[in-house]
Design a protein around this ligand. Structure first.
Ligand code: SAM
Length: 278
């Protein structure tokens, strides 16, 4: 109910007239307050949450979140933004700015035992590596609400049978629930990106992850299956499995990877791990 929303916070982002947006850091800063409010409503932050924002930029999400939470950790790579973020935050709440490449940050070390909640309008140029990085830390993460290119969200949430269904889909859906929330047009950002964006919620599920007997074998199967996605699985997986092993996991070896359900990849990875130990 977009029209019924009340603005949640009076905290505007930094005024960055002299900041040159860095294309190589995917800097498209949100300025649409309705979108900012909808992201925060989707997140439903609670004061006791251990919340981490990836890529605060000018603080469009940061300052309203900090106002609500009282404290917040953020990870920002652009050194020019670190001091302005700290200075503005000082009158609002306790902002801990981690100046780092998020891909180098051990998220489990940040969680200090409490499951993390992640939020971020992610730099699109490295959104897939960030998703794999957070997946590596899924055991420490309660949930995440991210803005990404819509095309990436379509791939994350895809069902088998189409071009969007790929390695990212299978690796994510094997261990997490993926829920696309809403689409955001380019005009919501400064400068506007060339593509539509979308918000997605991802909730890691330990019960799903527990089905995977060997992470490395599962990863290997999925990587090979989608490396040349026009090949049949018999050919794509020829270095890893015989046609009989593929069939024994309930998969027709003459299919392509995009036709195979997530669970069957898990079964095949488990069977290969068992066979290699037999
Ligand atoms: N959250 C702000 C907003 O919504 O307006 C900025 C979002 S902008 C799309 C992405 C942000 O991620 C930028 O502030 C950029 O400097 C930062 N960033 C880019 N690469 C990063 C990295 N490897 N690690 C941490 N932050 C990064």
């Amino acid at each position: 109910m977009l029209h019924a929303l009340q603005p949640l916070s009076p905290d505007p982002p930094l005024s960055l007239e002299r900041h040159r947006h860095k294309k190589q850091l995917g800097q498209h800063f949100l300025h649409d307050t309705t979108v900012i409010d909808r992201i925060i409503l989707a997140l439903q932050p609670q004061p006791e949450d251990r919340l981490v924002e990836i890529g605060p930029g000018g603080g469009a999400l940061t300052f309203p979140l900090l106002r609500q939470m009282g404290r917040l950790q953020v990870i920002e790579f652009d050194r020019d933004l670190i001091e302005p973020l700290r200075q503005r935050a000082a009158s609002i709440g306790a902002l801990e700015v981690v100046h780092a490449d998020v891909l180098d940050v051990d998220l489990c070390a940040l969680s200090a035992g409490a499951p993390l909640r992640l939020v971020g309008n992610l730099p699109y140029n490295i959104s897939t590596p960030i998703l794999f990085h957070v997946l590596d830390h899924a055991r420490c993460i309660r949930d995440m609400v991210f803005m990404l290119q819509k095309e990436v969200v379509d791939r994350m949430a895809a069902a088998p049978g189409g071009k969007d269904y790929g390695r990212l889909t299978v690796m994510l859906q094997a261990v997490a629930d993926v829920q696309p929330l809403f689409v955001v047009p380019p005009e919501a950002f400064d400068p506007p990106p060339k593509v539509d964006s979308a918000i997605v919620r991802v909730v890691p599920r330990a019960d799903l992850a527990a089905r995977i007997g060997s992470d490395s074998r599962f990863d290997e199967v999925v990587r090979h299956a989608f490396a040349q996605r026009r090949k049949t699985l018999r050919n794509a997986l020829s270095k890893l499995a015989t046609a009989a092993q593929i069939e024994a996991s309930g998969i027709d070896p003459s299919l392509r990877a995009e036709a195979v359900a997530v669970e069957r990849f898990i079964d095949l990875g488990n069977a290969l791990a068992r066979d290699s130990h037999a």
